[in-house]
Write a protein that binds this ligand. Sequence first.
Ligand code: SAM
Ligand code: SF4
Length: 321
Amino acid sequence: MLIDGCGRGVDYLRVSVTERCNFRCLYCMPDKPFSWTPREDLLSFEELFLFIKASIDEGITKIRITGGEPLLRSDLDSFIKMISDYKSDIDLALTTNGYLLPVTAKKLKDAGLKRLNISVDSLKRPVAQKIAQKDILDDVLLGIDKALEVGLKVKINMVALKGINDNEIIDILDFCKDKNIEVRFIEYMKNTLAKDKLEGLLGKEILDIIKEKYTIKKLGRVGASPSFSYLLEDGYKFGLIDPHKHDFCETCNRIRLTAEGHLIPCLYFDEAMSIKDAIKKKDVKKAVEILKTVLRDKPKENRWGHEGSEISTRAFYETGG
Ligand code: SAM
Ligand code: SF4
C-alpha cells in the first residue's frame, strides 16, 4: 500500500490521456488562441501502461481515465484493455463529456471499462451550447443512452453556475432520477483560465434549491470519495462535491498522472514531478521512486476558498479534472 507524507493511504490513480478537447467549457478552457502540447511530447499508451502496471503492483486499485476529453485519443479502448487484462478486478472508470460515446461506448465496454462519469451542465440546447461553446446536447444525450444500453454504470456531473444553469438543478436531478443514475453536483472551482465573470454556487446554495422540491437526508461520504451523498424520500441518492469545505482532503487517496508524464499530488497545487524521462528509458524503478517522492510531499489540503489564497493557474483540462 502506498502511504503519503500525511499518513493517508493512496490507492487511486487518475490518468489524463490528453489535454485536448472538442468542447470549450466556459469554466475550464481559456479563450483562443492557445496551443496544445505537441503529440510527440506525450507518453504513448505503452509508456503510460508501464507506469500503471508498476503502480498497480505498488497498491493502486482504482484507475480513472480522464483529460481533456479522453475519447479524442484514438485507440483508447486498446489502452483500457491493456489495464483490464493486467488486473481484471481493477476499478476502471472514465470521465467524459459524452459527445463521442454514441460511437465508442460499446468498444469501451468490450475492452473492460466498468464505469463512466458524463458531464451534463444543461438539458437546454442553447444553454449547453453556451457553456461548451458548441452545439452538443443531442450527441451527449445519445451518448448517455448508448452507455446505459451497453451496460456501463453511469454517473452524471453538473457544475452549477449562477445565472447560467442554476435554474436547471432540479431538472437535471429529475432527469437522472428518471434514468436511475446518480448525479453529482460540483462546486465551480476558480482558475485563472476560466472566464472572468463566472460565479459558481456553493454546496449549500445547491442544496437549498433542491430542498424547494424535495426533502433530503444527509448520508455522508462513501470511503475516500470527495462526493457527499444525500438521499431523497423515495430512495434516490445524489452527490455533492464541495471542495471549498476541504473536509475530504483528510481522506484523499488519489494521485494524478498527465499525458506528458507529470505526477500531480493535488488538483489545486501547481507542484508536479515528471516521470517522463524515467519511463522513456523504461526505468520503472526510478519512476516508482519519483511517485513515492511526490506522495511524501502531497499537500495536506487544497487551497480552494482559503482566505487570501491565489486561484489555481492550472485548469482542469491540463491536470485531468
Ligand atoms: N472532458 C471530460 C469531461 O468534461 O467530463 C473530462 C475532463 S473534465 C476536466 C472533468 C470534470 O471536471 C468535468 O466534470 C468538468 O465539469 C469538471 N470541471 C472542469 N473545470 C471545472 C471547474 N473549474 N470547476 C469545477 N469543475 C470543473
Ligand atoms: Fe473539455 Fe471537459 Fe474541460 Fe469541458 S470540462 S472543456 S469537456 S475538458
